[in-house]
Design a protein around this ligand. Sequence first.
Ligand SMILES: Cc1ncc(COP(=O)(O)O)c(C=O)c1O
Length: 398
Amino acid sequence: MKFSQRILGIKPSATLAVDAKAKELRAQGKNVISFGAGEPDFISPAATFEYAKAAMEKGQTHYTASSGIQELRQQICQYYKQRFGVEYKPSQIVVSNGAKPCIYEALAAIIDPKDEVILIAPTWVSYIEQIQLLDGQVAIVDTQDTNYIPELDRIEKAINPKTVAILLNSPSNPTGVMLSEDLIKGIAKLAIKYDLWLIWDEIYERLTYGQARHFNPVQLMPELASRTIIINGVSKAYAMTGWRIGYSIAPPELAAKISDFQSHLTSNPCSIAQWAALGAMKESEQDVIRMRDIFMTRRDLMCGLLSKMPYISFPRPHGAFYVFINIKECMGKSFKGQIITDDQAFCNYLLEAESVAVVPGTAFKAPGHIRVSYACSPDLIEEGMRRLQSFLEKLVLN
Ligand SMILES: Cc1ncc(COP(=O)(O)O)c(C=O)c1O
């Protein structure tokens, strides 16, 4: 039977694939430690259950407005006003089944076939696939030789008449790097100069550590509001990945189009989950702070252990919950007679030998790297890092 070219071109999500492989090996009785997951290991805050239960008891089990319940959209506006001093109207918010579809819907609203979107590499896996699913083209600006921080002149060089948007993610998945105020302003000026959309994915904005400060582009330059699409959601900050609630904020005309698109795709996100997200945003601030502080301790633990290991280096993450590790020095070395030719081989041998699952950097357009997540318990971090170190110490020069 026929399969479309579009669907044949899709690569499965590498991060989900690593997790699935780890689960499979665990089911076979192996003591696998997975650093693949991109989700908090905490249970959602109590308020999510209370609001969800109340919604069910009140019979809030029907279709909602396509762009989401008014109460949640109002709460999101209030959040943006308090956190960033930026005013939005509920009509600019579209609540979806997680932030992932928000990105797809936003891209669908602005990309025609062959249009280009600039991505900063290392880049999150799904951006690439989503752009390609829409018959758009990806233009990569690499940062591996600039400490994983994008350079303005490289971004400007990547812009051409087919460019429609620059898509940025700060704090970054996979590197944990955050864009500075000056850099955001510089990129924003390019967006204005070349009349481009700025898609700003700030899903990890609540997970920043120590002195690191997260900026929102519209907060920095209010004139950007008319060309900026904000992506955010409750998955990461409120440990609500399974509820599937995210949202986009766009200029009113574009938000209306995104909502129309969603109305044909999913109608609306789950009504109960929307009420749960409202509970989280209204009443779980202390939980967010508690979880963030725990993530910071775990980051320090993991980075401390990694910094003692041979052949690797990494940018210290200031946000999100990943460390992106350069393993290029391991290339060409061998493990029990098998030569490590690339990051995928490294991941395979590590899983076979030490039962540690990590994500290969190639999936993030950064070959020669691996991504490890510290969204897991300190015990697992300690044991997993001990195994990684043991693996690295066994590598031999050919
Ligand atoms: C950078 C980035 N954006 C968006 C998402 C999607 O989040 P959600 O689970 O709400 O769809 C993720 C999830 O891993 C992410 O890492």
